[in-house]
Design a protein. Structure first.
Length: 175
């Protein structure tokens, strides 16, 4: 990604945090009956993921690829979450389905529906076998993102995540 593009968020990041991420995770937690879904560390991780993956700018993988939405979720990952995780957790499936619209397809909603994509992003992390980091901060979040979202084979790098955390995310959170 060119450095010119990386300097700018596609939308106001504070608005994304306060008008989409926080209320979506709060509602997800309420419907699912699981307060940890909207913990401050979860909010920070989802926000940092969006900033790292797309700078809240790209709705399709840049320059080309299958990933969709601000969180750059691949259709295969989305479908696997539904087929192999949510299919066995009806209350959680109901909670995330509450954010989806009848049209377009759920995969298309990764780009078209910010609340749905945010819920899916959170549930990708929820599915991880490890607990979220204990404290909000760049290094623990970066390692968790790399291991459970971008994966070891993914092209994302921890130093880039840390740069984005310091430049765009940290001031929104108390560490």
């Amino acid at each position: 990604m060119s450095s010119d593009v990386r300097r700018y968020a596609g939308i106001n990041s504070g608005h994304m945090l306060d008008l989409v991420i926080r209320p979506t995770l709060a509602r997800l937690a309420e419907i699912a009956g699981e307060a940890r879904l909207s913990s401050e560390i979860a909010v920070a991780l989802v926000f940092a993921t969006g900033m790292q993956e797309s700078h809240f700018f790209w709705m399709r993988q840049y320059p080309a690829g299958p990933a969709r939405g601000f969180y750059q979720i691949e259709p295969r990952s989305h479908d696997d979450l539904w087929d192999n995780f949510l299919a066995h957790r009806p209350q959680l499936a109901e909670a995330v389905a509450a954010f989806s619209a009848p049209q377009p397809t759920r995969v298309a909603q990764l780009s078209a529906n910010l609340c749905y994509a945010t819920a899916i992003c959170r549930l990708i992390y929820w599915r991880a076998p490890d607990a979220l980091p204990a404290a909000i901060g760049g290094e623990p979040l970066a390692r968790f993102w790399k291991r459970h979202f971008n994966t070891e084979s993914g092209k994302g790098e921890i130093p880039d995540f840390l740069e984005n955390w310091r430049g765009f995310c940290a001031h929104h959170f108390k560490s």
